[in-house]
Design a protein around this ligand. Structure first.
Ligand code: ATP
Length: 201
């Protein structure tokens, strides 16, 4: 089985940018955000259960899940939120494991923004954290998403702290610099992970 490198980091830290650099080396990416959408796709077990619970009001006219409606419905009801998590978390985990099983590159990246918050480090062999200073993180997120400082601060407060992530990390990519600095670090880590994968054979 392939070695699993977990990739995490706060909002706007550069996870996607880093993951794409690993993909350029032919490394398989398994992205929790994509899987979270797949498990509620039209015809899925997840969407069928959600529709049974909340009715058709939770669907868009094309049959897809109305995510903003779902967020509104569960927003002020911890029990419903809990119900939804208990439904989706096992489905997401199962799909992650299946995708890891199908990975063909010497190691694969499991990208989970809320890895530490959801205690998913247990699924990975090593944890790679993309670290960035908060000022740069806020500036890049604002430029990308056109959101207010207040909205970003709310998201930051709901996520694990920078220190919590650093404490959990086996490897750290520092993303305070430019793209070239990132490429250099990814190249070094790629070689390191190839060596680990070879040794694990
Ligand atoms: P999220 O979890 O919020 O989706 P992310 O961790 O995947 O974010 P990215 O989308 O990769 O982060 O990066 C956030 C923004 O910062 C993007 O617009 C990206 O192009 C930019 N960015 C990332 N790294 C750098 C860098 N080294 N220099 C300049 N801009 C960068």
């Amino acid at each position: 089985m392939t070695i699993v490198i977990g990739l995490t980091g706060g909002i706007g830290s550069g996870k996607t940018t880093v993951a794409n650099m690993f993909a350029d080396y032919g490394i398989d990416l398994i992205d929790a955000d994509i899987i979270a959408r797949e498990v509620v796709a039209v015809g899925s077990v997840g969407l069928t259960a959600i529709t049974k619970k909340f009715g058709n009001r939770i669907l868009l006219s094309d049959g897809n899940l109305d995510r903003s409606q779902l967020r509104t419905v569960i927003f002020s009801d911890p029990q419903l939120k809990n119900w939804l998590n208990q439904l989706l978390h096992p489905l997401i985990r199962e799909k992650m494991l299946a995708d890891i099983d199908h990975a063909t590159s010497p190691y694969c990246l499991l990208i989970v923004p809320l890895m530490i918050e959801n205690n998913l480090q247990t699924m990975v062999d090593r944890l790679l954290v993309v670290d960035v200073d908060q000022q740069t993180q806020i500036m890049r997120t604002q430029q990308r998403d056109n959101v207010s400082l207040e909205q970003i601060n709310n998201i930051l407060a709901a996520q694990a702290s920078r220190q919590q992530r650093l404490d959990a990390a086996d490897d750290i990519i520092c993303n305070n610099g430019d793209n070239q600095a990132l490429l250099t670090q990814v190249a070094q880590l790629h070689l390191h992970y190839l060596t680990l994968a070879q040794a694990a054979k």
